[in-house]
Design a protein around this ligand. Structure first.
Ligand SMILES: [Zn+2]
Length: 475
């Protein structure tokens, strides 16, 4: 082997080494299940500005990545791609308080105060017509309406909770489902012992069964459930680590009743009964006093503001600005369709942004972004699901909607958040996804049949009318 050959070999070896080290490295493209695009991606992550021409990547139930189209497409491909042209992509809306089967009593009794509405119309008609079939039909109708309107999560409180849970399991929404419990006989129960026992069985049956369904307890209100029974619920909910949904401080009459019976405000009365911090989802909260608001913060109570229901039943206007300023977690709810008369969170958002401006005599009270937070990220925290949903961020469940802004009615658009609160409505929602599964595409609901839902509801309404003996619709 001569010197020049050795030299040649050394040069070749060096070249091979350099070639190896200089070889360009291509990052592997990850195969995802879905990539959903949006001309605007509103993540609702604090300090995260709206992403223009963005996308969200989904694998299984979860969001894997959020970013601009160009950044996402460098790293991910997917079998299913959903165009975002002319669309806003955002977290699905959270309806923090409703009674889904009451869609069947939509328009049944209007223009009444809370106690007359409840005692003379709702309770009597419920005791006559509510059975498992009523719950199934009413829940399906409600879920169809919520999917169409961009709600992806709701908190329910009604009778035969097991039937509503079965409907939710099938239709694909996320829900906290609480079986209502009352001291007096009600549909499916002869009184407290019976309804509480059923509620415990319901929680046992559904806890850990489906990641989309969180079972809980739903004692109706402090004026329909005794303190002894509320203590029973507090203890059991703590033991079973499950949420409790309850109406609190809804009307002035309630405050007077509780004050007279127990010498306390409704909030103090309920919170002194031993509910675990972070366990309570309280609906309405129209009449808390200053001390009550401090207690709500201390006990980490979620408050659900229901502006339409509160206006319709003339219950009052909740001190939302004050509660938010003190650090209370406030979400939004529709209440049941019998006191609204729909399940449209866009209306609740808009109303919450408007009525408090008048109440506070201040046009900066509840700005659009705050209203949007109450319907998404803060709403999720208020119902104890802040870890799972309410924002578009890697690690959370893939719960999102696309909203079209193609209509001339929505042109021009200077500020996407302003449009979402003040201009867009339920009919602009085009896509709904929960836990990575599409529930609506191009405005077609995929998990429930629109015609059979509507036909079943109309057939049920004819039976309801025939069954009624004394409880007649007001109009
Ligand atoms: Zn309610």
């Amino acid at each position: 082997m001569n010197k020049s050959y050795k030299y040649q070999q050394a040069v070749i070896s060096l070249c091979v080494m350099f070639a190896f080290f200089l070889k360009p490295t291509y990052a592997e493209v990850v195969n995802a299940d879905s990539i959903i695009y949006g001309d605007y991606v509103v993540t609702m992550v604090t300090d995260q500005p709206v992403i223009e021409d963005g996308a969200v990547v989904v694998i299984g139930n979860n969001i894997i990545a959020v970013g601009t189209r160009s950044a996402i497409e460098k790293k991910y491909s997917a079998k299913q791609k959903i165009s975002g042209s002319g669309r806003i992509l955002m977290p699905g809306l959270i309806n923090g308080h409703t009674h889904t089967p009451m869609t069947l009593l939509r328009g049944f009794a209007d223009d009444l105060d809370l106690m007359t509405w409840l005692n003379d119309y709702i309770f009597p008609v419920e005791s006559t017509v509510v059975d498992k079939d009523f719950i199934r039909v009413g829940s399906e109708l409600a879920c169809w309406e919520m999917i169409r309107g961009g709600t992806t999560t709701f908190v329910d409180m009604y009778f035969y909770a097991n039937v509503t849970a079965e409907v939710v399991e099938h239709c694909g929404l996320r829900a906290v489902i609480t079986g209502v419990a009352l001291d007096f006989p009600a549909p499916g129960s002869t009184g407290w012992d019976n309804s509480f026992k059923d509620a415990v069985e319901f929680v046992k049956l559904w806890q850990g069964k489906n990641e989309r369904i969180t079972p809980g307890f739903g004692p109706h209100a402090p004026y329909t459930v005794s303190p002894e029974h509320l203590k029973q619920v507090a203890l059991k909910a703590k033991e079973m680590k499950t949420p409790v949904s309850i109406h609190v401080a809804e009307s002035e009459i309630e405050s007077a009743i509780i004050q007279e019976r127990y010498n306390a405000s409704p909030v103090k009365h309920v919170l002194d009964l031993g509910f675990a911090p972070g366990n309570l989802i309280t609906a309405h909260m129209v009449h808390p006093n200053e001390k009550d608001i401090k207690m709500l913060v201390k006990h980490k109570v979620g408050v659900i503001h229901n502006p339409t229901s509160n206006l319709k039943l003339a219950s009052g206007i909740a001190p939302v600005s004050k509660m938010l300023a003190e650090g209370v977690l406030v979400g939004l709810g529709t209440d049941g369709a019998a006191s609204n008369n729909d399940l449209d969170l866009w209306e609740e958002m808009r109303l919450s942004a408007l009525i408090h401006k008048v109440k506070m005599n201040n046009p900066t009270a509840i700005p659009a972004l705050t209203a949007l937070k109450m319907a998404t990220s803060m709403g999720a925290e208020a119902i104890g699901l802040g870890e799972e949903t309410g924002q578009l961020i890697a690690g959370k469940r893939a719960d999102m909607i696309q909203v079209s802004f193609d209509s001339p009615r929505l042109s021009p658009m200077y500020n996407v958040v302003s449009h979402l609160v003040y201009a867009i409505d339920a009919n602009d929602v085009v896509t709904s996804m929960v836990s990575g599964k599409l529930l609506m595409k191009d405005r077609k609901v995929l998990t429930l049949d629109s015609k059979s839902v509507k036909d079943a509801a109309n057939a049920k309404s004819r039976i309801i009318m025939k069954t009624l003996v004394s409880g007649k619709p007001s109009h």
